[in-house]
Ligand binder design. Structure first.
Ligand code: UD1
Length: 363
């Protein structure tokens, strides 16, 4: 059986690390995985470092698509993946999540009648202005295997009439959190590098287009982060390249520089990120993955968005939606506390379930 897997953005390298390893250890011999990297993320610390640290197999193809408008980026990937599928003739096309790389892979395959397996199917924010929401909906509707991380995702698919090939497998990001936590503890010196004391710092990430492209939202968030950072509890902000570029072009860097307890750094590799997440007192983020990782590591989270696809983290009390208004964010940070156990993400064997379902349905 041959599987072509398309990845392109940082979180997809982490997800692929778990499923690619599960494919390799699957007892059924004869599974070949061909990895395609679209090149959507291309900076060393957004891409290569993830492949190196997490031992993701080397991609056979790198499309080097780089950045661009959504249409141009997705179009270039679509044409290139189509050619690869024609040449490779796989039994499955495997994609993760909701990025432009996900949609391009799924669409190219569907047009060639190559069955699509979507890992992280069924998530919805119900906000179609998010590019990720469009990518998810379209990908789900051309997929044959829809592998859901939560039961809420299954309900979302049912509402859209999708019931065939739908399975709850748990969350491959939970697998990754468990697998790589040990390695992170052994190898990461991130706390000493930034002179951080466990449970006495805040960790923040901001990269969503809805926040970075809207000056009012971005200023509200930066103001909150600056107000929350104190000498006894500093705030660490690893900056996504999109956010750094916006800060420069909008002249917003002084907003961050006015408080020395707020420290911005380059994007960090996954193992460093795990340690930062584990040891933070509180996490503030607009990332989907980081919201959940906060829960995996038992850390309360304030989400810098108005909605979330991971509704169970809010229902269980771990996560608060605070939008981009500085007063709301600061109030949420003050009220943040641990919540209840969430029984949705599986036992750390989601990747094995993905592989079992792929092999069970082999043509
Ligand atoms: C993408 C995904 C988002 C996911 C995120 C993970 C889409 C629509 N969005 O968002 O769902 O949460 O990846 O990180 O696919 N850039 C660089 N170097 C890089 C990568 C990006 O400088 O290696 C800059 C470029 O200016 C680029 C911008 O970041 O235009 C945004 O990158 P892009 O891939 O379009 O979206 P992300 O915000 O990374």
């Amino acid at each position: 059986m041959k599987i072509v897997t398309v990845v392109g953005a940082r979180p997809q390298f982490v997800k692929a690390a778990t499923v690619s390893a599960a494919l390799l250890r699957h007892p059924g011999a004869g599974i070949e995985e061909v990895l395609v990297h679209t090149g959507q993320h291309y900076d060393e610390n957004m891409s290569q470092v993830f492949f190196d640290q997490l031992k993701v197999p080397r991609p056979k193809y790198n499309l080097a698509v780089g950045s661009g408008s959504h249409g141009a980026m997705t179009g270039k990937m679509l044409a290139a993946v189509e050619q690869i599928l024609v040449d490779e003739k796989p039994d499955w096309l495997l994609v993760y999540g909701d990025t432009n790389s996900t949609l391009a892979g799924a669409l190219a395959a569907a047009k060639l009648h190559v069955p699509v397996c979507h890992v992280e199917a069924g998530l919805r924010s119900f906000e179609k202005r998010m590019p990720e929401e469009v990518n998810r909906i379209l990908t789900d509707h051309v997929s044959e295997l829809l592998l859901c991380p939560t039961h809420a995702a299954i309900t979302n698919l049912q509402r859209e009439g999708l019931t065939k090939g739908v399975h709850h497998v748990g969350d491959v990001m939970y697998d990754a959190a468990l697998i790589f936590a040990k390695l992170a503890a052994q190898s990461s010196d991130v706390l000493s590098r930034y002179a951080l004391t466990p449970k006495s710092f805040l960790l923040a990430t901001v990269h969503r287009a809805e926040n970075t492209d809207d000056p009012t939202r971005l200023e509200g968030i930066l103001k909150a982060l600056s107000n929350l950072a104190t000498p006894s509890c500093p705030l660490l902000l690893p900056l996504h390249p999109r956010t750094s570029a916006t800060l420069k072009s909008r002249g917003l860097e002084p907003l961050l520089a006015r408080n020395p307890a707020l420290k911005t750094i380059a994007p960090v590799p996954f193992l460093d990120m795990i340690v930062l997440e584990q040891q933070a007192k509180l996490i503030l983020t607009d990332s989907g993955g980081v919201q959940k990782e906060a829960y995996f590591h038992g850390v309360p989270c304030v989400t810098l968005r108005d909605e979330t696809e991971w509704v169970e983290t809010v229902d269980a009390g771990w996560n608060q939606l605070a939008g981009a208004d500085h007063q709301r964010i600061e109030a949420a940070a003050a009220a943040a506390e641990p919540g209840r156990v969430i029984d949705e993400y599986g036992d750390g064997n989601a990747a094995d379930k993905v592989v079992d379902l792929l092999t069970a349905r082999a043509p």
